[in-house]
Design a protein around this ligand. Structure first.
Ligand SMILES: [Zn+2]
Length: 72
């Protein structure tokens, strides 16, 4: 015969309230990664990386960026 024993695992005694559920989930949020600003053009860049808009890093031009790309 097929044995049906439902009480083999932990069963919550009470339903979790909306407040308790929301309190628990306050820790479950996406974190914004590290964000910095280019010292030359002010564009939002990632730290320790050359600016993708003007190609500057520590006030020096390290990458040549085409004029067409600068406009766009
Ligand atoms: Zn820049």
């Amino acid at each position: 015969m097929l044995e049906l024993n439902i009480q083999r695992f932990a069963v919550p005694f009470r339903r979790t309230s909306k407040t308790k559920k929301r309190m628990r989930r306050t820790h479950l949020k996406k974190e914004v990664g590290a964000i910095d600003k280019c010292s030359k053009c002010g564009a939002v860049i990632r730290p320790h990386r050359a600016c993708t808009k003007c190609g500057n890093y520590k006030n020096k031009e390290v990458i040549k960026i085409k004029e067409e790309e600068k406009v766009a």
